[in-house]
Design a protein around this ligand. Sequence first.
Ligand code: FE2
Length: 193
Amino acid sequence: MSHLFLAAVHPGHPLSDAGSRAAPTVRPALLADVVDGLARAHPLWRPLVHHDADRRTARRLIATEAYEVWLLGWTSGQGVDLHDHGGSHAAFRVVEGELTEIEWTPGGIVRHRLRVGATRRSPAGSVHDVVNQSPSAATSIHAYSPPLSSMTFYDPVDGQPVRREAVAPALPLFDAAAVGRLLHPAGDRSRGV
Ligand SMILES: [Fe+2]
């Protein structure tokens, strides 16, 4: 199964010129706040929702040095395969339809049925799959910190790694500072408040 992010990337757009300096990291709880806040700001992302019966769709909404946000569209039956997020923390929220998270735990596979409004956190090192097992299309908002650079995929039977894929950055559709002002207008110092 092809990887969801690779079809949407535009290589050659560096996130920063920070060189070898380590990127700041946002904890999963704060990433959950980010996706929850954007979910409430639905006029921003709803016009960008797109579903394609041939593949999952992925649009990068925000990219900063510390984190990124993607809007994903899933038609019935579409999923990712069992994977991790490299060294990145993650959080995601279902904003339309229903998704199933298949979590790999030391005790075995755990399935989480996620309806609209459900938010899940995945600390770095977590292994899971996300699948639309419903008959209808679904949409979700995902945040990663630091921005994804690679993902490793695992055999769903024995949990052993089977392949690793690089994730190239894509041009973000939103300016992070402008979105921040829209979500938190009282903090916009340029407006004198
Ligand atoms: Fe994931």
